[in-house]
Each structure stands twice: as structure tokens, then as C-alpha cells.
Design a protein around this ligand. Structure first.
Ligand SMILES: [Ca+2]
Ligand SMILES: [Ca+2]
Ligand SMILES: [Ca+2]
Ligand SMILES: [Ca+2]
Ligand SMILES: [Zn+2]
Length: 421
């Protein structure tokens, strides 16, 4: 007995120490490299009603995942896509965080009564990983000879002074980035790693897109030329008739956008679009705007969903310093006649810990509230034949049979009675 007692205290201590780990979700208040991010995606497989599918590979052979929550053939599907753009880390963090909420948070789980979900948190894993080295990186990593010298990606920018930032310089007439002239051709940073802007690569007004390979908005050699956009498109093709709403997450600003991006014309069902966006905006206070009112963009995902598949689709710019004059002033320096800006990562992504937590939380509340609002637009569906329906049909048939039998018997009795009377 005494021997047993000496184990009690250590066991209790261990249980107390590790209890927060049991059923806990990952720490989303910091950012993760791709390998860890991938591990967090795969860990979702241990939850009920969750399936994780590899839908394709990036140029650098990283896997692109889709997370399925609930039964997509039973409940209308909400499609959520993040991480189109490398440096917009929070735009990938949020969809993964939200996937965890849908399976662990009581209040969010109620949405599964109305919807199922397909979540692609990170469409551009190469760009995402590259942005840890070069936080200006937006495109994918298709090997691309930007300057036409026959060499691929030979001169990206670097942090030459080791302060952890890649600075941007401008003197009013020209601009340049921090880095070495890697190929010693006298030009600085003229051929970055990659790439194609995935959110300009879809076949909607694609021909009007940017053909300059060095441009951050380079549209690619052909519509859907990239393995990343192709993977997403074939997934959407498979479930096009189940998807009732598509939400694309980006960062750089705080806005809720609706189509079109490629024209200033009104989209079909503009009223619904405005209502849905407003339901989100009521929580976050982000302004609601038609995307093209901000600027025109061609070959864009949200437009493609509506144009090609008639899927109601919106874009949420989840966080950013766009138009934040005060922040810009605080993060811009002047050295002689040169203006220096370093904090591009913080422009696109909230600071780790408190600020990041706050952004994720408020957007999760906004998304839930928008989805609850949107239930009124869900198509009326036949519930299909369930076990319960079969049980009821059998029961009703038994009752009818019993009545019929009773009638026949009583009729027979009456008949025979009359016959032999
Ligand atoms: Ca080159
Ligand atoms: Ca390049
Ligand atoms: Ca530096
Ligand atoms: Ca060079
Ligand atoms: Zn973006």
C-alpha cells in the first residue's frame, strides 16, 4: 500500500502537466515553416468527420492539401482558399486555424448542421516558404528567366547587413532592393526566385493580364499553366455542383471584396453579394467594396469561380497596412536623400502573439456569422433516403396493410353472413 502511495503524487503531477496537451489545438499565435504547417494539416486526420487529401504538387514538389470537413454530398459545401500569395502568411494561417475551430469549438461546430467544408489553407507552399527568406515574395516558384539572359532565378534580393530584413530603397526617381549582384552583371536583383502570380493565372480576362515576367503580377505563359492553380481548378470541377460559397483569403488590406475584379460592371445577384459581405463586415468593420473599385485585376480566382462555375464567391483581405498612414510613417526611414522601408512582412501579417490572435479570432466570429446569415440562400434540398425514412415507410405500410386486412376480414364476414342468412 505504501509502495503504491509513492506513485500517486508523480502520476497526478504528470497528468496536470500534460492535461493542456490533451485535445488542445496547435498554437496559432505564431507562424510556421511549411514542414510544420503540413504536419498541422495532417494532424486534423485524427478528428472525426475530417479527411485530408493531397490535391497536387507545387513546382518545388511540396504537397498542396485540401481538408474536407463533414459529408460534402449531404451538406452544401463552403470552399475556403488561402495562401495564393507567398508573403501573405496570415491568409494561410486563418483557414487552417478555422479548420481546427470547426472540429473543436462547440459554437463553430454548429455550422456543420448546415454546411460541409473544403479548405485549402495553402495553395502556394513554395511562395510561402520563400517569403521567410524574402518577405517581398508574392508569386509561386516556377523557375523563370525574368531578364532573358538564359539563367534562371540567378539574382534574388538578400539581407546583406544581417538585420533580419530585406530593405526597399527609393530616391524618388528609381527604386531598388537590398541584395548582392549575384551574377556580377552590373544589375541588382534582376531575376528573383520564380514565378507566376497565381491570382492572375485563371482563365477569366486572362489575356488582359501582365506579361512582364519581372512584374509581381506576371500572369504566366497560359491560363492555368501552373500546377497550383490547376490542382485547385480540378478540385472545384469535381465538386462544382456542391459548392454554394467560395471565400478566398488574402492580406495586405482590411477589406471584404466581391466580384467583379476584371470589370467595373455589376456582378449578377449584386444584392446577395453585398448582403453576404456586409454580414462579415458587421463583425470586423472592414469596408465592403466591389473588387474592381480598388483596382482592376485579370485572371483572378474569385472572378473565375463566378464566371466559370456560377459560384457565389468573395475575397477577404484579412489584415494589412494598406492606407495606414500612421504605421507607414513609423516604419519608413530617411537616410540622406534615400527613403528606406523594411517592414514588409508586418505590412502583410499581424505581429505574432496578441495581434495575430486577435485578427484570427475576430475573423472566425465574422465568418461564422456570415455563414449563418447565408443559410437563407441555401437551396432547398430533398433530404435523400435515410434509415429513418425507410423505417417510417415500412411502418406506414404495416399500418395500411393491417387496416386493409381488417376491412377484408370484416367484409368477408359481412358477405358470408349475408350469403348464408
Ligand atoms: Ca535570368
Ligand atoms: Ca525569376
Ligand atoms: Ca537587411
Ligand atoms: Ca545581377
Ligand atoms: Zn494576395
Amino acid at each position: 500500500m505504501r509502495q503504491l502511495k509513492q506513485y500517486v503524487l508523480p502520476v497526478i503531477l504528470l497528468l496536470v502537466l500534460f492535461s493542456p496537451l490533451i485535445g488542445a489545438i496547435p498554437d496559432f499565435s505564431k507562424y510556421y515553416h511549411y514542414d510544420e504547417f503540413e504536419r498541422m494539416i495532417l494532424e486534423l486526420r485524427s478528428y472525426e468527420n475530417v479527411r485530408v487529401e493531397a490535391i497536387g504538387k507545387s513546382w518545388m514538389n511540396r504537397t498542396i492539401y485540401a481538408i474536407f470537413i463533414g459529408n460534402v454530398y449531404e451538406k452544401p459545401v463552403v470552399l475556403i482558399v488561402g495562401g495564393h500569395h507567398g508573403r501573405e502568411h496570415v491568409s494561410a494561417q486563418f483557414p487552417l486555424y478555422y479548420a481546427y475551430l470547426l472540429v473543436t469549438n462547440e459554437s463553430q461546430r454548429k455550422l456543420l448542421d448546415h454546411y460541409s467544408f473544403i479548405i485549402i489553407p495553402l495553395l502556394n507552399p513554395d511562395g510561402y516558404e520563400e517569403a521567410f527568406k524574402n518577405p517581398w515574395h508574392r508569386k509561386n516558384c516556377r523557375p523563370l528567366d525574368d531578364d532573358g539572359d538564359g539563367l534562371l532565378d540567378e539574382d534574388p534580393p538578400q539581407d546583406t547587413d544581417g538585420d533580419g530584413y530585406i530593405a526597399f530603397f527609393t530616391n524618388g526617381s528609381s527604386y531598388w532592393f537590398e541584395g548582392f549582384d549575384d551574377d556580377k552583371d552590373g544589375k541588382l536583383n534582376e531575376d528573383w526566385i520564380g514565378g507566376v502570380d497565381l491570382n492572375r493565372n485563371y482563365p477569366v480576362a486572362w489575356d488582359k493580364g501582365d506579361i512582364n515576367k519581372f512584374s509581381l503580377q506576371y500572369k504566366g505563359p497560359a491560363p492555368l499553366s501552373e500546377p497550383e492553380t490547376k490542382a485547385l481548378d480540378s478540385l472545384v470541377k469535381r465538386y462544382r455542383f456542391c459548392i454554394v460559397l467560395a471565400i478566398s483569403y488574402h492580406s495586405g488590406a482590411r477589406l471584404v471584396l466581391y466580384p467583379w475584379s476584371h470589370t467595373r460592371e455589376k456582378p449578377p445577384r449584386e444584392k446577395v453579394f453585398r448582403e453576404v459581405c456586409t454580414a462579415y463586415s458587421n463583425v470586423t468593420k472592414y469596408p465592403v467594396l466591389q473588387s474592381s473599385r480598388l483596382y482592376l485585376s485579370f485572371g483572378e480566382f474569385m472572378d473565375y469561380m463566378l464566371y466559370e462555375y456560377n459560384i457565389t464567391s468573395i475575397t477577404v483581405e484579412i489584415f494589412g497596412r494598406f492606407m495606414d498612414i500612421k504605421w507607414h510613417r513609423e516604419h519608413t526611414y530617411r537616410v540622406d536623400s534615400t527613403i528606406v522601408f523594411k517592414h514588409v512582412y508586418e505590412y502583410f501579417n499581424p505581429y505574432p502573439r496578441e495581434e495575430l490572435k486577435k485578427v484570427l479570432k475576430i475573423n472566425a466570429i465574422a465568418l461564422k456569422s456570415m455563414l449563418l446569415y447565408y443559410t437563407k440562400y441555401l437551396p432547398a434540398r430533398s433530404p435523400g433516403i435515410t434509415k429513418e425514412t425507410v423505417r417510417r415507410i415500412v411502418l406506414v405500410n404495416i399500418v395500411f396493410l393491417a387496416i386493409a386486412l381488417a376491412v377484408i376480414i370484416s367484409d368477408y364476414k359481412r358477405y358470408t353472413h349475408r350469403l348464408f342468412k
